[in-house]
Design a protein around this ligand. Sequence first.
Ligand SMILES: Cc1cc2nc3c(=O)[nH]c(=O)nc-3n(C[C@H](O)[C@H](O)[C@H](O)COP(=O)(O)OP(=O)(O)OC[C@H]3O[C@@H](n4cnc5c(N)ncnc54)[C@H](O)[C@@H]3O)c2cc1C
Length: 515
Amino acid sequence: MLKTDVVIIGAGPTGLALACQLIRYGIDFVIIDKKEGTTPFSRAIGVQARTLEIYDQIGLADDLISLGHTAEKVKFLKDGVVRGEANLSELGVGLSPFPFVLLVEQGLHEELLYKFITDNKQDVLWRHELLSFTDDGDGVSANIKRADGSEFTVQAKYLVGCDGAKSDVRHALGLTFEGDTVERLFYVADVELDWPHGHDALQINLGENTLTAFFPLKGENRWRLVGTFPEGHKKDESDIPYEEIDAQIEHDMGVKLDIKKVNWFSVYNVHSRAVNAFSRGRCLVAGDAAHIHTPAGAQGMNTGIQDGYNLAWKLALVLQNAADETLLATYNEERLRNAKNLLSTTDRIFEFAASDEWLVSFVRNNVFPYVFGTALSFDIVKSKLFSIVSQIGISYAGQSLSLQSGDFAIAAGDRMPWFTMDGTSIYESLKEPQFHLLAFGADEAVHGEISAAMDAKWRSETVILSLPLSGEVKKAFGSESPFLVLLRPDNYIGYLSDDLSSAKLNKYIDSVSFL
Ligand SMILES: Cc1cc2nc3c(=O)[nH]c(=O)nc-3n(C[C@H](O)[C@H](O)[C@H](O)COP(=O)(O)OP(=O)(O)OC[C@H]3O[C@@H](n4cnc5c(N)ncnc54)[C@H](O)[C@@H]3O)c2cc1C
């Protein structure tokens, strides 16, 4: 029998990223996967800015960026002719240190996370399969099968099912997975292709009733092609040879493709579903086990990684007796709302991209390519679009851990906005997995009063920083006068107030279950 604090089932991107976060907090865990190792496939290629911000805290962002490629532009083509284009390289400038979407293969991404785990003297138990588990209220016993068929038990305080869309954990917990299956079959293919329209742009090829997207991958002439078969196409996912994909793309685009090599392809059904709860008792679910989406917007993997990021600090505080167990209920509260919002966004984008309804298809093919570039020249459109796609706009405003008093341009529950101070990223001061109390524009007396009024326990969990009320700060928060920000360890704003006294702050601390 193995004893641990957290047993993670599944070492896809969600499980691996959760393990990396638990390492940050010094939490003991066991992670298992029935596969032999990290995925050899390219699967999810879109890595969003919020994911890179998280990775930057553990020194992985630059390494991941070096493995990938960014699409500087998007081009819209019809019948092989460019009809419009827009610059994507500036999309998130001023909003994130990573103002782009990174394209990197999931296999390479998983390898990097796995290396972080082994560099920290931990490992995944590959070829180990969860057979069953029981939760007795004080802990969870997981029955695991090794590759040689022998079985053993892992005794943990918590179990997290990161075991993908068909999650055994979700089924065993009796959680529902409501939503729809998209009528059309999707295909993806990673190919080497001679393509005359450059390798620096995401290319959207508009067809009559659909579109085909070409994503540039790192390496000469390497592309990811994504599209759909028409409704009513034969339904067996495993029964479609690559030649049919090729024929479909050429049909939809109205051009002949010069494909030199097919490195990987897959045909799959797309679902849009979410659980009714992210946890039951001492067992929780994260990633595809909890929500699956259409590929529109490259959100799925990124959302799973952020489920783990949200959960890790809460598990850590509870396991270290620094918070009441009720804190874990906020994982369900925050991530369930986020998953539901996401389903409606990805469904809407997909509907626009693949609808064969006359008006939608007319706008998509004849209006959108021409106006998109112009629309992106407006800062408000650019920042709105980037906030949604990059996931920096995810907010827990109005939920249990968020409290605000005073008028600001952002809300308690939002991610800490990014800006620079004297040319240095504010995030450089926020990398430690701790609470940060930021006193903007407060004088030394305020700093001293707050510090003295904090009880010793919560002072030891929190870094207090007095920072100037610079122009960047005023702009980011929309405030001209001094204010306090209490950041949770995941750098979301828990408390935001123009009241600099410790009394209100302490009241907030008392009202939530941490510290
Ligand atoms: C073709 C394609 C393109 C995509 N593109 C994007 C994109 O660009 N951006 C994006 O964000 N998302 C994208 N996605 C979605 C993304 O791949 C998934 O959201 C992501 O892989 C989910 O990660 P996960 O770790 O939650 O689940 P998975 O990757 O499915 O991992 C689950 C793991 O659990 C293991 N497991 C299952 N059951 C057990 C058990 N009983 N015992 C032990 N181990 C078990 C499995 O072996 C597996 O390794 C794409 C998906 C596909 C298929």
